[in-house]
Design a protein around this ligand. Structure first.
Ligand SMILES: [Mg+2]
Length: 248
């Protein structure tokens, strides 16, 4: 069985800004470029209480939270913090697949060093990252493939750790809205919803034949993920184009 960890820094860009400017702490802050079509890249948890979210147009964010403090992104500072965080990951494994500056999958099936438990390594990473970055925190999910720890890391944010044992995965997936599955985009999700398929439990009611007839190859993928089956390897090659998606 594989041991895969998904690590995700908490409100990354905003947390770097708070670290470097303590006067911002405890305030509703959004990191965004100024401009008529600007969107929020990251918001502090205080700002999120007003409905300010990633990718929200800045104008809408300011309407929802008039006292929102808007800070221009400093990509160099984020890249620098990202390199330190990734350095921590690589102390434990070379199988690191970054998804963006602040998010990565780690395959810890055979770690280079540290305790022989992916959960304990994840805890060590969660202690090392703030110690080396001046207090930036990360959340982590631990499980046996890529889809499960990615769900886990989002479950106890900020500064959380969630272990998803394979026997607990079924119940979690059953409740998951179809639009939250990886590989199910908005168009497919809408189509499923029109068929009365809202959750993972609904998806599991459909046979492999029904799914492939309706959705082709993607149907087979949906059949697998509805059962928590995800064989994608952690891909450490760094020629991916998706890195830096938060640059928007
Ligand atoms: Mg993050």
């Amino acid at each position: 069985m594989r041991k895969i960890v998904h690590v995700d820094a908490d409100a990354f860009f905003a947390s770097v800004e708070l670290r470097d400017n303590p006067a911002l702490r405890g305030q509703a802050v959004a990191v965004a470029y100024h401009g008529p079509r600007s969107v929020v890249t990251t918001a502090t948890y205080e700002a999120r209480q007003y409905g300010v979210r990633n990718a929200l147009p800045l104008r809408t964010a300011l309407a929802r939270c008039p006292h929102l403090i808007v800070v221009e992104p400093r990509m160099d500072a984020y890249r620098e913090a990202s390199e330190i965080i990734q350095g921590v990951f690589r102390e434990f494994t070379d199988l690191v697949e970054p998804l963006s500056l602040d998010e990565a999958y780690l395959d810890l099936t055979e770690p280079k060093q540290g305790p022989p438990s992916a959960t304990r390594i994840a805890q060590e990473i969660r202690h090392l990252v703030p110690a080396r970055t001046g207090g930036l925190t990360v959340s982590a999910g631990v499980s046996v493939n890529k889809m499960l720890p990615k769900l886990g890391s989002g479950m106890n944010k900020p500064d959380g750790l969630t272990v998803i044992l394979p026997e607990k995965a079924d119940a979690l997936i059953a409740k998951l809205p179809v639009e939250d599955f990886f590989g199910i985009g908005p168009v497919t999700a809408a189509r499923l919803q029109r068929m009365g398929v809202q959750t993972g439990a609904d998806l599991r009611q459909l046979s492999l034949a029904e799914l492939t007839t309706t959705f082709g190859v993607q149907g087979a993928h949906m059949y697998a993920i509805a059962r928590g089956q995800d064989d994608r390897p952690v891909d450490p090659s760094d020629d991916r184009k998706s890195v830096g998606t938060e640059d928007t």
